[in-house]
Design a protein around this ligand. Structure first.
Ligand code: IPD
Ligand code: CA
Ligand code: CA
Ligand code: CA
Length: 283
């Protein structure tokens, strides 16, 4: 069942206030030396104490405000709920940039209906708050996408040959080998490639026309939940290859015509043969 517009608007403003509060904590902590606290899938898949602290804050706030909703975060995993809504949060998207003091990192907070899986979910509200610049993108299902309060409409699609395309790479050697082969074939076919280091911000840049498209293999729900809604509500599309639903296997975002052209180029470059990063079959 669809939620009433007032409820979506309330969720959107809650996403924004949570992302801003979490962003204040990140900004506070960024004054001190940031160290790697742990590594995950590889030595380059790093986590800092701040990632964990921020996720704890978001979890506590959401539990207090919305006790019946489920929660899914990158660092501490999932907890179940009873309402059919799930908060999907990335406490810091762009941890490597955060570690090096490069400005592209963000807090991403979203709430989705249904399973927290891009093949099946319905994103209802989301906010991406870029901590160092303060840029804040919000979206509510059926209510538009905004940057700092200004309504966004995605640009008309340029041809692939004139498209500035964002992408990103996973953290394991095996994933990167495949991703490198695909990007090597794509690079001569586009205006240029950007690897900015936070897919949440990249999706928002697609919505506000500062990137023409973004594609990436291996993304997780917390990376894309808020940014996906920002792109959709700006009038763009977020898909897998060949118009399939976006999934961990592939996410392609941008204006519809460019997404179709880029998806075809990715397939021709062998992206489908890479399969699902976790070895799942189907799409
Ligand atoms: C990563 C960033 C990066 C993308 C990776 C993500 P994290 O998220 O969004 O740009 O290429 O796929 O895992 O680990 O910094 O939250
Ligand atoms: Ca991470
Ligand atoms: Ca992330
Ligand atoms: Ca993260």
């Amino acid at each position: 069942a669809e939620l009433p517009p007032e409820e979506i608007a309330r969720l959107q403003s809650l996403c924004e206030s949570l992302a801003r509060e979490a962003g204040d904590l990140v900004r506070d902590r960024s004054g001190a030396v940031i160290a790697v606290a742990d590594t995950k899938s590889s030595v380059n898949d790093v986590v800092t104490a701040v990632d964990r602290e921020v996720e704890e804050l978001l979890r506590a706030r959401i539990r207090a405000e919305r006790p019946g909703d489920a929660f899914l975060g990158e660092e501490e995993g999932a907890s179940a709920g009873t309402t059919g809504l799930t908060w999907v949060v990335d406490p810091i998207d762009g941890t490597v940039n955060f570690l090096y003091g490069i400005p592209s990192y963000a807090v991403s907070v979203a709430v989705v209906a249904g399973e927290p899986d891009p093949r099946r979910w319905t994103p209802l509200a989301g906010c991406v708050h870029a901590v160092s610049t303060g840029a804040t993108w919000t979206a509510g299902r059926g209510q538009g996408a905004f940057r700092d309060g200004a309504r966004l409409r995605i640009k008309d699609a340029p041809p692939l040959g004139q498209a500035l395309v964002g992408t990103g790479f996973g953290y394991t050697e095996e994933r990167r080998r495949g991703q490198a082969e695909v990007v090597a074939q794509l690079l001569p076919q586009v205006r240029d490639i950007r690897r900015l280091g936070s897919v949440a911000i990249d999706l928002c840049l697609v919505a506000d026309g500062r990137l023409d498209a973004h594609y990436e293999r291996g993304l997780n729900p917390w990376d894309v939940a808020a940014g996906t809604l920002v792109v959709l509500e700006a009038g763009g599309v977020v898909q897998g290859l060949a118009g399939e639903p976006a999934s961990k296997a592939m996410t392609v975002a941008g204006p519809a015509g460019l997404v179709a052209e880029l998806s075809a180029a990715l397939e021709a470059a062998g992206a489908r043969e890479l399969g699902h990063p976790d070895g799942e079959t189907g799409r």
